[in-house]
Design a protein around this ligand. Sequence first.
Ligand SMILES: C[S@@+](CC[C@H](N)C(=O)[O-])C[C@H]1O[C@@H](n2cnc3c(N)ncnc32)[C@H](O)[C@@H]1O
Length: 214
Amino acid sequence: MKYRKLVENAKKPNGFWGKMMIKAMNKGHSSLTSWGLEHMNIERTATVLDIGCGGGKTVDRLCSIVANGKVYGIDYSELSVKSSEKLNSKNILCNKAKILQASVSDMPFDDNTFDNITAVETYYFWPDKENDVKEVFRVLKKGGTVMLLFEMLRTDDDPFKWEKVENMLNIKSVTPQEIRAVLESAGFQNINTYTKEGTTWLCATAQKPKDDEN
Ligand SMILES: C[S@@+](CC[C@H](N)C(=O)[O-])C[C@H]1O[C@@H](n2cnc3c(N)ncnc32)[C@H](O)[C@@H]1O
């Protein structure tokens, strides 16, 4: 019962169990996020967006990478926004970070705004994946990169590994092929997918074409 309540709050954290889930995610996604960020080149001056920022730990980490840049976090959960703001209060105070309540489907940013975009363990919940990834493409600068990071990789060896969580949350685990296809159809290039031995982690990185490559 407790496990179910906790897991259900991964989708849109709310109330007591949402707070518990946010705490668990900030801790539980730490190694995954470190590994994912190894596959991204983020400049010190970059403007970065973290989509589905949850408890805000990734925003905080990105703030320490972009010494002279700025980090935005968005999440459609009010509790996630408040938790991210609390964890990043110093970053916000010095104008290094800004957290907004918004959905990935309709982001309150101009075209070509971000150098880098990260999305950690959130893609599964996006309501219209093809169009949502196109929205990510829209707000990314030409030549900018996105990283989609997952811990629910589905493999032929163990295709039902995630069945319980999938049914509980009405979501689907992912394969590198599916993620590659959705990124390609949004217009991304230089798509790379990485898995880590001994884990079920998947990291996909991709670049928005530069002007002269269109
Ligand atoms: C499993 S949590 C991951 C949080 C954080 N990225 C981390 O790694 O700890 C998923 C987060 O994505 C957010 N989310 C889900 N669907 C979203 C959407 N359509 N737009 C914005 N945020 C969304 C949820 O509210 C939740 O905070």
